[in-house]
Design a protein around this ligand. Sequence first.
Ligand code: IDP
Ligand code: MG
Length: 236
Amino acid sequence: MSSEIYRSASRAARSLLFYASKHKHHVSSKGRTAAAAAAVSYKGTVPALASFTDSTNTFNRWIAGALALPAAAYMLQDQEAYALQMERTFIAIKPDGVQRGLISDIIERFERKGFKLVAIKLVVPSKTFAQKHYYDLKDRPFFNGLCNFLSSGPVLAMVWEGEGVITYGRKLIGATDPQKSEPGTIRGDLAIVVGRNIIHGSDGPETAKNEINLWFKPEELTNYTSNQEKWTYGVN
Ligand code: IDP
Ligand code: MG
């Protein structure tokens, strides 16, 4: 089958998966399965799909498309469906966490939970950059000090991916004020005061998107299937 037809099928399957994910606030395992199934079942509309190609032979296009789409959907289910649908969040270890040697402890907690690291870099942000990152807090009395602090040393910027990672990432992190963070959380276990609470995590889907775009170029974000994915996710 021609690679062009395969690409068309793959594109269509991707958009179906994307459509399915867009219409769910929280993408569950069932959602992923349904999306993959929806993509497979769309072989009924293959003639429309085949019109992506330049070939003039309608019958051949139909047949090739009918063969290509389910194959593409299955491949996506294995290789890319998770990456396409999973939520992502921006997590940063602030200069205090880096200086205190807490990088491995913090990363370990996200890894052991089952979340997947898709981007990571150590950077010293400029003050202007810190002001952009904390723009929503610009009217707070601690804004200037906070931005000075964030730009005072290396920050470990990361993107983590997984089902519910935005909300659960915040749970792993704990309350803003470490005095109010539960034991077992990162801030609860590893920090004492709000001005040195060692870690940042996006607080919602919109912030996650904006912060990932602020800190990372698209090509710095990886797409891959983790070996453990089929053991981490599943429905019975
Ligand atoms: P969050 O980091 O838990 O999302 P935000 O309210 O978004 O908390 O505040 C961003 C950061 O600003 C906090 O992590 C903390 O470092 C700092 N911060 C928040 N409140 C205070 C405060 O009352 N005094 C000093 N710094 C604060
Ligand atoms: Mg915040």
